[in-house]
Design a protein around this ligand. Structure first.
Ligand SMILES: NC(=O)C1=CN([C@@H]2O[C@H](COP(=O)(O)OP(=O)(O)OC[C@H]3O[C@@H](n4cnc5c(N)ncnc54)[C@H](OP(=O)(O)O)[C@@H]3O)[C@@H](O)[C@H]2O)C=CC1
Ligand SMILES: CC(C)=CCC[C@@H](C)[C@H]1CC=C2C3=C(CC[C@@]21C)[C@@]1(C)CC[C@H](O)C(C)(C)[C@@H]1CC3
Length: 467
């Protein structure tokens, strides 16, 4: 059987047009402009608890917004720093305080990454070159716990003897109060950082470009990312941004929402506790398994551009915490039986997610691991093996299915009174289907006919025997 030799795009560009994704330059540009607005509109909708366009009309945003300061769009419309008639000193100082807070948060996580004890782990061969492997500092799990400890202990000491919900007046409630403004500032700084990384990828010949990030179109390359592994010394921008400030910030925003709910209702609801536990487990798992990210497509294949940087720093913390923000003022009053059923479904999703990702990561790290000796695989011309039994014999992307089931339970725990919390389930479904198509294409290029053989052995993508 002859195997088609995949020719990297650069060598092949002269022969064929560049293979754009995400709708090419126009799609990438529209996405770049639209996503930040989606973050801010979702922050408003989760606060008012419904799909609401009043802030677009003459009437300002929801006047029942109990938290102060005003929602972002009211600042925009009322002499904010972005308006020529700016004379509201409050909005200027607020946005500046938020900018300082976001930068301080990022640098705090950098310090933890740099100075906490770490394990040095080799990444996958860069673009398949076995002689070129990067070293990563793995200490995200420790950074997670050190952050939570400091955030809750560095201010008035949290009285461990107090009832579970007798929170101190820690600044987490402030974090919630400035949520929308923090999102706006984070988006702005992400765009600035993306621009810097984009321009930096033109400096020096040592830069290794991602296959998909060198189209020559400035708008597309800015979105998708030119450089594969942007680094400052041993500091890896892509791995750091994907796992630290955004994920850990997400947990802090959730806790801030729980504290805010307590200050509004006088107690924390079962749904709010569950959302914090579900999301906390998800982030903890990602950091506990930090090394597993080194074999994912974001690290091995995708460039680091606005999409990933904005996704890591703004989209994840401020969109993934929507359920917690919604629950601050909207208690679905779910019964214990309903909550127990949601917990059972979440456990099922987690077992599939962790089982599949853990099996593939262990197999990639050591295919001869005795614990995996019961599994069958396809030896490919590329040199790597493809699992054809176990989780990866059931469906080609069963890890996505487990992840989506967990995401669905995050929505369900908010009840069924509003569509707003279900944004995540819809968005995530679209993202995972699109991602599976991208990965299928990349594996087809990597493995040629062997990938077709694998697909004949494992014909279904998400649900065994179904789809
Ligand atoms: N919460 C969120 O927003 C998101 C979560 N995720 C989650 O991240 C996790 C990782 O997903 P993702 O990064 O997309 O990549 P995957 O973990 O799905 O890995 C895909 C790669 O695995 C390898 N592979 C594919 N099939 C096999 C097989 N049968 N045996 C061995 N290796 C195989 C291939 O790489 P190679 O052969 O070159 O090693 C392929 O490119 C998923 O659980 C997903 O749900 C992902 C995106 C967003
Ligand atoms: C719409 C938009 C801005 C898209 C950008 C996509 C990013 C939000 C996601 C791309 C891949 C991601 C991963 C995770 C979070 C979302 C992004 C950045 C992840 C860190 C979540 C936790 C998981 O355990 C994970 C480590 C497997 C996962 C890696 C991919």
């Amino acid at each position: 059987m002859t195997v088609a030799t995949a020719v990297p795009r650069q060598q092949n560009r002269a022969a064929a047009a560049f293979e754009y994704e995400f709708g090419g330059p126009i799609g990438a540009t529209l996405t770049t402009l639209a996503l930040p607005l989606v973050v801010l509109v979702l922050a408003h909708w989760s606060d008012v608890g419904r799909v609401d366009f009043a802030f677009l009309s003459a009437s300002l945003g929801d006047t029942t917004n109990s938290h102060d300061p005003k929602p972002f769009w009211q600042i925009i419309r009322q002499n904010s720093v972005l308006c020529p008639r700016c004379n509201d000193s409050d909005s200027v100082s607020l946005l500046l305080r938020c900018a300082l807070g976001v930068v301080a948060w990022f640098l705090f996580q950098v310090l933890l990454e740099r100075f906490l004890p770490c394990e040095l782990v080799q990444g996958s061969p860069v673009k398949g070159d076995a002689k070129n492997r990067l070293t990563y500092r793995i200490n995200g799990h420790l950074a997670f716990w050190v952050t939570l400890l400091l955030v809750h202990a560095a201010w008035p000491v949290w009285d461990a003897n107090a009832a579970l919900y007798q929170f101190t007046t820690a600044p987490l409630a402030t974090l919630y109060k400035y949520y929308t403004e923090l999102a706006f500032v984070t988006i702005l700084l992400s765009a600035m950082a993306s621009t810097g990384l984009y321009l930096d990828s033109f400096r020096g010949q040592h830069k290794i470009l991602a296959d998909g990030g060198d189209s020559g179109n400035v708008l597309y390359d800015f979105f998708i990312g030119r450089e594969l592994n942007p680094r400052i010394g041993t500091f890896d921008w892509k791995e750091f941004c994907e796992l630290r400030p955004g994920l850990i910030g997400w947990v802090l925003l959730n806790i801030a929402c729980a504290k805010q709910q307590y200050s509004v209702l006088g107690y924390v609801t079962g749904s709010m506790i569950l959302v914090n536990v579900f999301h906390g487990i998800y982030v903890w798992d990602a950091l506990y398994q930090e090394r597993a990210i080194l074999t994912t497509m974001d690290i091995t294949t995708d460039g680091f551009g606005f999409m990933l940087l904005f996704g890591d720093l703004a989209w994840v913390p401020f969109t993934y915490s929507l359920q917690a923000r919604y629950l601050v003022k909207h208690d679905p009053n779910l019964s214990a039986v309903a909550l127990a059923g949601i917990v059972a479904l979440h456990i099922l999703g987690y077992l599939i997610f962790r089982g599949a990702n853990g099996q593939k990561d262990a197999f990639r790290r050591n295919p001869t691991d005795p614990a995996l000796s019961h599994l069958t695989f396809l030896q490919t011309k590329r040199g790597t093996k493809l699992l054809t039994s176990g989780w990866w014999g059931m469906a080609r992307k069963i890890n996505y299915t487990g992840d989506w089931i967990m995401g669905l339970t995050w929505c369900m725990v908010c009840g069924f009174d509003s569509a707003v919390p279900y944004f995540y389930a819809v968005y995530f479904f679209i993202l995972l289907v699109h991602r599976s198509i991208r990965d299928d294409h990349m594996c087809s290029v990597k493995y040629g006919d062997d990938w077709e053989t694998y697909k004949s052995i494992v014909p279904h993508r998400f649900v065994p025997g179904v789809v």
